[in-house]
Ligand binder design. Sequence first.
Ligand code: ADP
Ligand code: ADP
Ligand code: ZN
Length: 219
Amino acid sequence: MSNLILLGPPGAGKGTQAKILEERFGLKQLSTGDMLRAAIAAGTETGLKAKAVMDRGDLVSDDIVIGIVADRLDKPDVAKGAIFDGFPRTTAQAEALDKMLPSKGKKIDSVIEMRVDDEALVKRITGRYTCAKCGQGYHEEFAKPKTPGVCDVCGGTEFTRRADDNEKTVRDRLAVYNKQTAPLVAYYQGKGKLHVVDGMADIAAVTQAVEAVVKGLKG
Ligand code: ADP
Ligand code: ADP
Ligand code: ZN
């Protein structure tokens, strides 16, 4: 069992790599962004609270997000390990995670920081879209489906874009990342858990680098 954190700014490739790791290692992706978007779609109380905050690129409150993750970790599908994608995003969230994991018989094995330049991030985010049926991620330039307009994974032909994936909000999200989330690099370095990967490389090369870390954990 290994539990990983993918740490990196919006557009770094966390979701892309998490999905690949899920398939190759039987780990489960836990994306707090996906969970919050599901809550919005379902019209729950949490969703109602989160929507305006997410649309402007700010962070949802620590209490809400920590509660969602604590509940999610009690489901059996994370027994082989979880890939935390987009969580923790603040020092308070990291500390809460460190507190809750031992009581669930778990720990963080490794934190992989994916480094990407700001201008590349803006390009990635503004070109990002997702299969409406299965959630597979694509990019207009860097990750096109094999047949135009048809999802490689499920054959779906409808795609969506996130409300917050526009240039203005991305720049605000990057500022939020640098202020509130970047301090976690030092936090996990201090615990001897940090591995840095060059997120500027192409998707396959990033996968190789990330896999090397995961295999190192198992070996
Ligand atoms: P995150 O989950 O960190 O926000 P995503 O995995 O959704 O990032 O990737 C953002 C966008 O960039 C997606 O459209 C994805 O297809 C694309 N992408 C991901 N990794 C790379 C890469 N290494 N090179 C180029 N484009 C990438
Ligand atoms: P990205 O893949 O672009 O990094 P996410 O899907 O992880 O974006 O997050 C989208 C939005 O959801 C964030 O801008 C924030 O408003 C909210 N969010 C997601 N995860 C968290 C978290 N751990 N703490 C607070 N807010 C979060
Ligand atoms: Zn699909």
